[in-house]
Design a protein around this ligand. Structure first.
Ligand code: ACO
Ligand code: SER
Length: 276
């Protein structure tokens, strides 16, 4: 007999949805259609994204079919990879990446009370899952439809995520408004991006031209990280900083020149801050 996979995120989402409807019956139709009437996390995710992205010319049912295709194919691809460790950014099951993102949001965002809340209300979460679908299309050479998805994400969620960009798992995209991520950017597992972040090119080169964020990097609101540079794991980039050069792991940087104020774990006066 085939074993039924345990899905703690989905179980918790359904429980949260039930509680939400009891508290606010006005939202009953909304919550039932997106979660409680759906048989699985995958179906729920596809329906939620499809209804967000739908327009008068590309219907929710067409989006739903496309997204289900992406979720099924990427799950099969991950299975065929043998399930060894976390997949490289931009590869592996989209649904499992979405589950990891929900876990990350609940554990790292004090404003998030439940998986249900993030799933239904956080456009950073929703837009990122749509980007994962566009990236799957991009990786299959379906670049026109991938760019159409990018354009729809931009219109609906207010952030511009190129389909070529590679995102790992456990990503918190908080508030999300105004985020721009370029084609060759890589955001590894457990990173956090606040609103207004740019992971951009210098405008002077083509090819591989966007930043690579290693694991657990936090990029503060309205910071710009520019060029094909590497941001070492566990670094924090301050709100409104501009970063144009590689940063070693554990850096904490602020200001227009991305001045290092400390190496995390090392105590001492931030003397360089007097230059700001
Ligand atoms: C609705 C919302 O809440 S949206 C959330 C938006 N929040 C963000 O984007 C958070 C981003 N985080 C930051 O900018 C943080 O300040 C960090 C990560 C850069 C630094 O955090 P910490 O390591 O705790 O540094 P700490 O707060 O002790 O500050 C150290 C010094 O840097 C200065 N500093 C901190 N952040 C910044 C910044 N973004 N720009 C300029 N200077 C800064 C401080 O004034 C302080 O200076 P001082 O030593 O002269 O007093
Ligand atoms: N979501 C984060 C930043 O706004 C918080 O509530 O602190």
């Amino acid at each position: 007999m085939a074993s039924v996979r345990k899905d703690d995120v989905w179980d918790s989402m359904r429980k949260g949805a039930q509680e939400l409807v009891e508290k606010e019956p006005l939202l009953g139709g909304f919550v039932y259609s997106k979660i409680l009437n759906q048989p699985t996390f995958e179906r729920s995710l596809a329906f939620m994204l499809a209804t967000k992205l739908a327009s008068s010319t590309v219907l929710a049912s067409q989006w739903n079919d496309l997204i289900i295709d992406a979720l099924t194919s990427t799950a099969e691809e991950e299975k065929s990879m043998g399930g060894r460790g976390s997949p490289a950014p931009g590869t592996g099951s989209i649904a499992d990446a979405a589950r990891a993102d929900l876990r990350a949001i609940l554990s790292r965002d004090p404003a998030c009370p439940s998986y249900t809340h993030a799933f239904l209300f956080f456009k950073g979460f929703q837009g990122l899952q749509a980007q994962r679908v566009s990236h799957w299309l991009w990786s299959k050479g379906r670049t026109v439809i991938a760019c159409f998805v990018q354009s729809s994400i931009s219109e609906v969620f207010g952030m511009d995520l190129h389909p070529g960009a590679k995102f790992g798992r456990g990503i918190l995209v908080d508030h999300a408004t105004g985020i721009v991520v370029g084609e060759t950017a890589v955001v590894d597992d457990d990173c956090t991006l606040f609103h207004g972040v740019t992971l951009g090119g210098t405008g002077k080169v083509s090819g591989d031209r966007h930043p690579k964020l290693q694991k657990r990097v936090v990029v503060g609101a309205h910071a710009s990280v520019i060029g094909n540079i590497s941001i070492g794991h566990d670094s924090k980039i301050g709100a409104s900083a501009s970063i144009l050069h590689d940063l070693p792991p554990n850096s904490v940087v602020v200001g227009h020149k991305g001045i290092v104020i400390q190496k995390r774990g090392h105590k001492g006066k931030h003397s360089l801050l007097s230059k700001l």
